[in-house]
Design a protein around this ligand. Structure first.
Ligand code: KIV
Length: 270
């Protein structure tokens, strides 16, 4: 099982793989495939809970899903994504919420959507023994401030500010950095500037690793971002299975003899 130290040391070596998971069976498949890290993403808001954004996701929802994912995972490093307002407002509350993921739900690390307000918190959490994965670029918890899910770091000043924040989080102890929806050249420069690994999503080929939302790669999402890729058609397979079940019940083919048991010792009841 990789530790956060192993992941740190993978920077510039083997590409690091990460996928999200929101339940135990999916986590088991991702883990068995040898993916390095499983992110219990707050993207569960859109992908699993039926919300339009990640904002309504609660600490309890991330916690119980992290528990399910951890129980199904033998090898991968499990990272709990801290939801909107579970950190950043009050330090003690943030420590309690993040600590709960390790203490009660067996996560190995937490991820924070970052800004200037998370530098000190990253240091505090790291000092307390809670490994932090930082996240810069498009941070969907800021959708109301950003005005949409747009690419970030698209001018010199914004790219420079992103690099500085990345360096501050590295300095504060983050063990890795997610870069979401940023120009490939900006992500490449940030990757070069840091010792810790960068994990890109919509950030081009030059980050140390890649992460995608599992529902998107499986073909389960209604809408996918332009930087994602569908690697399977699980929705099509689910539709086929559910329709076959419905047809089998309606036609009387199911249940068949092998699905039923007759208790010979029970007399006719009427
Ligand atoms: O919530 C999530 O799934 C994420 C990834 C897209 C990095 O934050």
């Amino acid at each position: 099982m990789p530790t956060v130290k192993d992941i740190r040391q993978q920077a510039g070596e083997e590409p690091i793989t990460m996928l999200t998971a929101y339940d135990a069976p999916t986590a088991a498949v991702v883990d068995d495939a040898g993916v390095d890290m499983i992110l219990v993403g707050d993207s569960m808001g859109n992908t699993a809970l039926g919300y339009d954004t990640t904002l309504p996701v609660t600490v309890d929802e991330i916690a119980s899903t992290t528990g399910a994912v951890s129980r199904a995972t033998e090898d991968a490093l499990v990272v709990a994504d801290m939801p909107f307002l579970s950190f950043g407002a009050d330090e003690a509350a943030a420590i309690e919420n993040c600590g709960r993921m390790l203490k009660e739900e067996d996560a190995d690390a937490v991820k924070l959507e970052c800004g200037p307000h998370t530098v000190e918190l990253t240091e505090r959490l790291t000092n307390l023994g809670i490994p932090v994965m930082a996240h810069l670029g498009l941070t969907p918890q800021h959708v109301n401030q950003l005005g949409g899910f747009f690419r970030q770091g698209t001018d010199q000043d914004a790219a420079q500010a992103m690099l500085e924040l990345a360096e501050q989080h590295e300095e504060a102890g983050a063990f890795s950095l997610v870069l979401e929806h940023v120009p490939a050249n900006v992500a490449a420069d940030i990757t070069d500037a840091l010792d810790i690994p960068t994990i890109g999503i919509g950030a081009g080929p030059d980050t140390d690793g890649q992460v995608l939302v599992v529902n998107d790669i499986l073909g389960l999402s209604e809408r996918t971002p332009p930087f994602s890729e569908q690697f399977g058609d699980v929705k099509g397979e689910m539709e086929r299975a559910v329709e076959d079940y419905r047809d089998a019940v309606e036609s009387g083919e199911f249940p068949a003899e092998e699905h039923s048991h007759v208790e010979e010792g029970v007399e006719n009841l009427y």
